[in-house]
Structures are given as C-alpha cells and as structure tokens.
Design a protein around this ligand. Structure first.
Ligand code: SF4
Length: 179
C-alpha cells in the first residue's frame, strides 16, 4: 500500500446507514484523514472510480447497475469489504426474494396504496431489476465482512486502525453482539 491509502465506497441496494455509521467515528475522522484519501464515494461525491487500496460497499446487488458497479469495484480495489447486513446477506431489500418480481412491481406501482397512475416504469434509463437481491460474496470475492445494521462506528474504527497497522482484524464481543 502507498503512504496514504486510497479508499472508495458505494451503496448498492442500501440505505446509506452504513455510510452514516462510518461518519460516526466523529473526530477520529481527522486522524484517519492523515492516513487515507478518498476516491469515488458519496462522502465526497467523486463519481469516477480509480485504482484503490480498499473498497467498501453497502447494500446487496439488486439490479443491473449494481452488478456493473460491483464488478468494477472488484476489478479496481485491492481489498473489497462488504459492510452491513444488506451487503452480507441481502438485508431488508432481500425480503422481496420471497416473491416474484412481477408481483413486487405490481404491488408497488399498480396496487400500492395511493397509486393514481398505475404503470410499471419502463424507461430505458432505469436499471433493470434482477429477480432477487444477492449478497455481494455470491457475485465477487469479498475480503472482509463488517456485520451489523449498520456496523457500529467502533467497528469501522477498529477495522481501519488494525488494517492500517497491518494487524489481523479482530473485533471485540461488544462490537459484534446485537442482543
Ligand atoms: S445494513 Fe442497515 S444501515 Fe446498512 S445499508 Fe443495509 S439497512 Fe442500511
């Protein structure tokens, strides 16, 4: 890795809550910023992905755009991290996996409460939905998993601290229990 490691992040079928939790390391972001720099990420609004040391992805893979972006992150990031329950097992969006895609679309756009112009969107600009939400590791190799919905801020801090100091990644019980 270079002196300042280059990090990219993105959200696929996610809610940005994992990104918010990362920001919850608060003032330690200043300390971290001396060691990292951001590439493509919604935190800086950089849109183009270059070669990175680490890529963090929240959200599962649910449409064709997600698929292309996930493949690009795997190609350009030396280390790829699934952050959060949606990336790791599909999370809340994967609740639609119990139903057919047609049924989901009709429920949302035709029969939904308050729908007045019943029409399933078909603009070619809109990425096509896949039949199911997929966890990221079903599609590409994932190097690290940060569990939780969202992973707690302390987990992000521990992860970066240990990785940047080339230590094995180990979380405390309090960082990974949810009871
Ligand atoms: S894991 Fe939770 S916080 Fe993260 S994207 Fe999914 S729903 Fe949002």
């Amino acid at each position: 890795m270079s002196q300042r490691i280059r990090i990219a992040t993105t959200s696929l079928a996610g809610c940005f809550g994992c990104h918010m939790s990362f920001l919850d390391i608060d003032e330690r972001l200043i300390e971290l910023s001396k060691k990292i720099e951001f590439d493509r990420t919604p935190l800086t609004d950089i849109k183009k992905l270059g070669h990175c040391d680490i890529g963090l992805i929240e959200g599962g893979m649910g449409n064709t755009e997600n698929f292309d972006l996930l493949r690009e992150f795997r190609e350009k990031c030396d280390i790829l991290v699934s952050m959060g329950a949606c990336a790791i097992n599909g999370g809340i969006p994967a609740m639609r996996n119990s139903f057919g895609l047609k049924e989901c679309l009709e429920t949302a756009y035709v029969e939904g409460i308050g729908v007045t112009d019943a029409q399933i969107p078909s603009d070619p600009e809109i990425p096509l939905l896949l039949n199911k939400i997929h966890p990221l590791h079903e599609v590409v190799k994932i190097d690290y998993f940060l569990p939780g919905c969202p992973p707690p801020a302390e987990m992000f801090w521990t992860f970066f601290d240990q990785l940047l100091n080339q230590q094995p990644i180990e979380f405390t019980y309090s960082q990974i229990h949810y009871d």
